[in-house]
Every structure is written in C-alpha cells, then in structure tokens.
Design a protein around this ligand. Structure first.
Ligand code: UD1
Ligand code: UDP
Length: 362
C-alpha cells in the first residue's frame, strides 16, 4: 500500500505532521511518501518546522516557489501530477486551504487517485480570498473529508457532499500543539526577548487584504499608540511592505520557530492576528484573540473559544486594552475533539477505508 502526503506552507506542516506520524504507526508495512511543493521555502517558514516537529525530510521537493494563485496551483498540479503518473498511490492526503492544497487535489482527481482532505468544510463565504476557492474546490474533489468542527459538517452537506464521506475527526493542528507540551514553556521566548509575561500583545498579520495595501500603515500607527508592549514576528509577505523600520514600542522579529511562537502565545496578554491557525491555537490555549478580518471561516473559535472578530478595521486596535480589561478571566474548555487525538482518528478511518472495510469514497 502506498500513501502520499502533500505540504506546501508553514501551517500545512503543523497540520500534517501528526497525521503522517499516526498513519505510519497504524500502517507500518505501507510506504508513506511526503511531498513538499515548496510554496514556502525560507528556512523560518519550512525547515524550522521539520526540525521542531521531528519530521523526516520530504521524499520529493517540487520547488513551486512564489507566484500568483494560478501559477502556484498550476505548478503544483504539474509537479504532483508527474509523481502520480510515475507510480501508483492508494490515497493522496492534503490539508488546509492554500494554493498547494488545490493544485495537489486537482492532480489527484486527474490521476484518479483517492483524495483525503484534512481540515475540510471551513467556509468564510468570502470568495475574494483565494483560500475560500481552494477549500470549496478541494472539498468537491475529495473522497474522504476530515472536519474539525460541527459547522463544517453542515457546510459540506449543504454543498451536496454525501454525509458518509465526511468524518468529524477533530483538529490535527491541536494534536501538534498538545504533543509539544513541556517544550512550550521550556522554549522561553518571552524571557529571552525581555518582554513581561502576561502584559504584551503578540501580533501576526499576513493576509493580502490587510498587508498588501494602505491598511498596513494604519495598523502600525495604531500599534505604536497602544500602551502595552507589542511583539510582531513578521511574515515575509508583510516584511516586503514594512521594510526594517518599526515604530517605538513595536518589536518586529523574523518569523519564529513553532516552539518559540507557542511560548509567545502562551505568555501574551492577547494576540492580534489574521491567521487561521492562530485563531485555533489561542482558542485551545485560552488566550484572548482579536482577529483583524471581516469574517472567519472558523466560527467555532468565536462560539467556543476566545476569538473576537474586530473587522478589517485598524481603528479597532485602540480598543484592545479595554476589551482585555473587561474579560472575566474564565477560560472556556476546548471545542469537541480538539484533544490531541484527531490524527489517530484520521488514521483509523483511512486505514479502515484502505483496508477494504469501507471504500475510500463511501
Ligand atoms: C500562504 C497561503 C495562506 C496561508 C499562508 C501561511 C495561499 C493563497 N496563501 O500565504 O492561505 O495562510 O501561506 O503562512 O496559498 N515568501 C518568502 N519566502 C517564503 C515564502 C513566501 O519570502 O518562503 C514571500 C514571497 O514574496 C511571496 C509572498 O511571501 O510572494 C507570499 O507567499 P505565498 O506563498 O504566495 O502566500 P502567503 O502570503 O505566504
Ligand atoms: N507560527 C509560527 N511562527 C510564527 C508565526 C506562526 O510557528 O512566527 C505558527 C502558528 O503557531 C501556527 C501556524 O504557524 O501553527 C500558522 O501559520 P500562518 O499564520 O502562517 O497560516 P494560517 O494558519 O493563517 O494559514
């Protein structure tokens, strides 16, 4: 039996690492092939995660690199398609909603290789984001769809996906976080950076709607006016616009490794973000999260977690200290099946389907 797994970007690696590990454990005699598209290629966006998560180097690196939506999807389709044409696979596993995800899904569909999608069913209903197209199209092509929240099941069923193809496995990104356990505190990034625990705002921003236009200058001006330390590990997309200069009180850093970044989340008073993964991790950690976007495809983080949607409005940043002060300090428990066991459930279900007890798409 041969299984292929595709990653391309930082969050893909975090979501896929425990799935690969669980399937290796569940199917030790099978061949497990890891494909890295190379959508992210800087050490801080890729290799660092392989090191932190103890992942073996990819078996294939496609060198897709940077480019527009169509270029990245097309290069991935080309590269993954060539691999699938060369040897037979029983299933291709993709995760998330990035351009690499859709490119690989198209390759699997064309090669008629059964496709499994991890983190399926999320919808913002905002088609201006490439991720929304990537999610909806990947889901339509998938034979088995692993979801992490109940609303994702409803979204898929509304789109005509047969319920027997949908599996509520839970959140594999949280599996990775849970597995880090003792290493988060030990990473000690707040102390190393000299920022006072429980008092600073951690910031991550990388969505084009926010960082590719004039909104970014407004964000920086608002951050500089805040009466609390600000720590901002900067995604390369955002760095391209910001350059090296930072206003007083705002600490700009290069992107951080996973253990360091988790320790900064855990030590913060709150997080300002437009990241999907960070909305989820703060929900699990019980850290207040302020999402600088018009919407979220992850409503569970608002309903069941600590996430507040501020809108795409830098002016709302000024209100964060008051929002923090108004919190009652209670920490909601994690959403159902965000428990460290999601990847085992994915592996169990896939192994059963591959073993013939249930066909991949039934
Ligand atoms: C991509 C995903 C986004 C995800 C994010 C995770 C899509 C459409 N977007 O956005 O959903 O949230 O990854 O971080 O797939 N760059 C580097 N070094 C790298 C990679 C990128 O410098 O290793 C720079 C390049 O200038 C590139 C820009 O960042 O043009 C954007 O990279 P890209 O992969 O296109 O999109 P992200 O913004 O990273
Ligand atoms: N992350 C990290 N270092 C950073 C910023 C983010 O390790 O400097 C991790 C974060 O903990 C999460 C993932 O990267 O696991 C989220 O990636 P990103 O925000 O780039 O993408 P998204 O989740 O929005 O697709």
């Amino acid at each position: 039996m041969r299984l292929a797994y595709v990653v391309g970007t930082r969050p893909n690696i975090v979501k896929m690492a425990p799935v690969l590990r669980a399937l290796r454990r569940r199917l030790p005699a099978a061949e497990h092939v890891l494909i890295h598209t190379g959508q992210h290629y800087d050490r801080e966006l890729s290799d660092v995660f392989f090191d932190d998560l103890g992942l073996p180097a990819p078996d294939h690196e496609l060198g897709v690199g940077s480019g527009g939506h169509s270029e990245q999807v097309a290069r991935t389709l080309d590269g993954v398609g060539a691999l699938l044409a060369r040897s037979r696979f029983d299933v291709l596993v993709v995760g998330g909603d990035v351009n690499s995800t859709l490119g690989a899904a198209l390759a699997a569909a064309q090669a008629r290789v059964p496709l499994a999608h991890v983190e399926s069913g999320l919808r913002s209903y905002d088609r201006s984001m490439p991720e929304e197209l990537n999610r909806a199209l990947t889901d339509q092509l998938s034979d088995v769809l692993f979801v992490h929240s109940a609303s994702a099941v409803d979204n898929l069923v509304r789109e005509g996906i047969a319920p027997e193809r949908v599996v509520f496995a839970g959140n594999t990104m949280i599996d990775t976080l849970v597995a880090m356990d003792g290493r988060i505190g030990a990473a000690g990034a707040p102390a190393r950076l000299g920022v006072p625990a429980g008092e600073y705002l951690l910031v991550t921003l990388h969505r084009p709607a926010l960082v590719d236009g004039p909104q970014l200058d407004a964000v920086m001006a608002e951050l500089a006016r805040l009466d609390m330390p600000v720590v901002f590990p900067v995604h390369p997309r955002t760095r391209r616009r910001l350059g090296a200069g930072a206003p007083a009180g705002v600490r700009l850093l290069d992107p951080l490794g996973y253990a360091d970044f988790l320790s900064l989340q855990l030590g913060s008073a709150g997080v300002l973000t437009d990241s999907g993964g960070v909305q989820e991790e703060t929900t699990f950690l019980g850290i207040p999260c302020f999402t600088l976007r018009a919407n979220t495809e992850r409503p569970v983080t608002v309903e069941h977690g600590t996430n507040t949607i501020l809108g795409l409005d830098p002016g709302r940043i000024a209100g964060i200290p008051a929002l923090l002060a108004a919190r009652d300090g209670s920490r909601p428990g994690p959403p159902p099946r965000w428990d460290g066991g999601a990847s085992d459930r994915v592996a169990g279900e896939l192994a059963a389907r591959l073993g013939g007890r249930r066909p991949p798409g039934a």
